[in-house]
Design a protein around this ligand. Sequence first.
Ligand SMILES: N[C@@H](CCC(=O)N[C@@H](CS)C(=O)NCC(=O)O)C(=O)O
Length: 208
Amino acid sequence: MSGLHIWGRMSSINVKKVVWTAQELGLEFQRTEAGGLFGLVKTPDYMQLNPNSLVPVIEDEGYVLWESNVIVRYLCAKHSSGTLYPEDLQQRFDAERWMDWQQTTVNPASRPGFWQLVRTPPEQRNTAVVAESNLAVESLMATLDAHLAAHDYMVGERFSMADIPLACEAHRWFGLPQPRTARPNVERWFADISARQTSKGVLDLPLS
Ligand SMILES: N[C@@H](CCC(=O)N[C@@H](CS)C(=O)NCC(=O)O)C(=O)O
């Protein structure tokens, strides 16, 4: 298979990152629905691609890669070194740091609330889980807001690979049907990024 192929359903935050990155880079790609109700991830053929049975996975000219933020890094390094993928070592690792923060700190805090409010029938919701998740994410959004008070984007003064996972996380946060503390800097940054043509079909999707 030639060109870029992405496996994953668009309701996944991790698939959204990869699709947006490909669009941001102007890459032609094919996408196969996989995961959730689409299944496929437990088939032997899919598990050859990703033994974790998770989405997303990409195949790029025969090269197979899984782990969403790593895929974002790979595509940006390949196609946008010095722009989306910062060339300066410290700027690059600033970007890496925020991307890891999204994956290892923000997402574990946001996921329980998201699952309760979006993927659990109202009569089965656990309000304690929602409250705990909300409290944890509020504190992380305060951190993000303080960072964005001093910066236009996550790293330096221009859009980079680091903005993609965090904006997908902000999309989830702003889409949850619950009260939120106003975060003017996160809101300004998210509005700016959501206006990018390349984020269409990703940041304008309702949560599901
Ligand atoms: N750390 C992995 C996590 C991947 C992951 O948890 N994917 C979820 C969707 S967000 C998944 O595949 N769930 C099972 C399914 O969709 O069938 C990544 O960032 O790619």
